[in-house]
Design a protein around this ligand. Structure first.
Ligand code: LLP
Length: 400
């Protein structure tokens, strides 16, 4: 066995542009290809659709922490939503100042909290237990509080983070207990936060969870508020035939709700949002090569040189990722199961998928691979991580 088989993923970045033909000539599959330009476009779009002048964006870096992506977002003025000490440290290392990072803790240890508090990054606390322990140790400091706004939203039960079944957030009905602890330790609540789920297609649920959060963000409860943080969850289109989300209409409603809130509060607060998928999902494609065709009774199986260890969303959330046969885009349509090289039956990128005829050696492009793909990868079965290649401009003209 050579070292190649054990090699970890490589991170490669280019300032220039590429297209698929060029990338496939230069790099062996499997690899992720990211377009910086796509992320910048999405950033500029999300910044303007919520109609509020003081809006700040904190990129949920868990969706993709490629350093070049962090760098372009930093240059655009974006902040960071971090959920582990390592994410905080990477953000700081990539040049984000502590005031541009928020750490949302969930079941963190005392040690982790003291490490983060030494950095000066604001901590978003999501349980009464942590609030009590934090207050005892860090009296008189600024904090943010995460609430469970009691709305169940998101594209799969694993990624719904509100309502009666979630582990996240402080119950809205516990606000009196929160006030009592904050009073006891003179904690200054400068922000309240919610994140209802990922891939929220029903905008009315997003607005409802926003209203529920605002219902406890009263001046008599929290007189020191500087911001309200609505979390992430902005849905992106995974299926080409899916309708586009009308974000302008949504942004208008959110802006009006927030204006009314601020008028009552008596101060124009900042509005924070924490998109992950919205910024990075469409910016990435994953390139794999077919090495085995086989038939199991009626099933056409196309086996590729990667597996759920590299892109696990289909297995974990039954997620749809569009797949294009870039080597034979005009081939006759046939139905395939596109399966990986991992020793588990569920290891398929797609089942019963209509796709132009696949031949051994063909390259397939798996779309929407920029968010929660490489960042959730593992080396299960001792399969090495794939390369991640970043270009500022990628020509996504897929036919090669
Ligand atoms: N803020 C907080 C506190 C979060 O927990 C998350 C995501 C976000 C923001 C960003 O959510 P987004 O805008 O990306 O939906 N692995 C799953 C998604 C898990 C999301 C976890 N938290 C997936 O592949 O669909």
């Amino acid at each position: 066995m050579t070292d190649t088989f054990l090699k970890q993923g490589e991170i490669i970045s280019f300032i220039g542009r590429t297209d698929l033909t060029e990338a496939l000539k230069r790099y062996e599959t499997p690899f992720f290809l990211y377009s910086g330009e796509s992320i910048i476009n999405r950033y500029n779009f999300i910044k303007q659709f919520i109609k509020w002048k003081n809006i700040k964006i904190f990129y949920a870096m868990k969706s993709n922490y490629h350093p070049q992506i962090l760098e372009i977002l930093r240059n655009e003025g974006c902040g960071i939503d971090a959920v582990s000490p390592a994410e905080v440290f990477l953000a700081l290392k990539c040049g984000f100042t502590p005031d541009r990072v928020i750490f949302t803790s969930n079941n963190s240890t005392d040690e982790e909290i003291s490490e983060i508090s030494r950095t000066g990054v604001l901590i978003n606390i999501d349980s009464l237990s942590r609030l009590e322990k934090y207050g005892r140790k860090y009296q008189g400091t600024d904090i943010c509080l995460r609430f469970n706004t009691d709305v169940v939203a998101g594209e799969h039960s694993h990624i719904q983070t509100g309502g009666p079944k979630t582990k996240f957030g402080i119950l809205l009905s516990d606000v009196e207990k929160v006030l009592q602890i904050c009073g006891k330790y003179s904690l200054k609540v400068i922000g309240v936060h919610k994140h209802a789920g990922s891939g929220i297609s029903d905008k009315s649920k997003f607005i409802q969870s926003m209203k529920n959060l605002l219902s406890i963000a009263l001046k008599e409860n929290f007189p020191d508020l500087k911001f309200i943080d609505l979390g992430g969850g902005f849905k992106v289109k995974y299926h080409p035939e899916e309708a586009d989300v009308d974000y302008d209409e949504f942004g208008e409603t959110a802006g009006n709700v927030f204006k009314e809130f601020c008028d009552n509060y008596g101060r124009q607060l900042s509005l924070y949002i924490e998109p992950g998928k919205f910024l990075t999902s469409e910016a990435g494609i994953f390139l794999v090569q077919v090495n085995t065709l086989k038939k199991n009774k009626e099933r056409n199986i196309a086996g590729v040189n990667s597996g759920f260890t590299h892109l696990m969303r289909p297995v974990l959330y039954n997620a749809y990722h569009h797949i294009i046969n870039i080597s034979n885009p005009d081939g006759e349509l046939r139905v395939y199961d596109i399966c990986g090289n991992i020793c588990e039956s569920g290891d398929c990128f797609a089942v019963d998928r209509l796709i132009p005829e696949i031949r051994e050696g063909d390259f397939l492009a798996i779309m929407n691979a920029g968010a929660y793909c490489f960042s959730m990868a593992s080396i299960y079965n001792m399969r090495p991580l794939p390369r991640e290649i970043f270009f500022i401009k990628v020509n996504l003209n897929l036919a090669i």
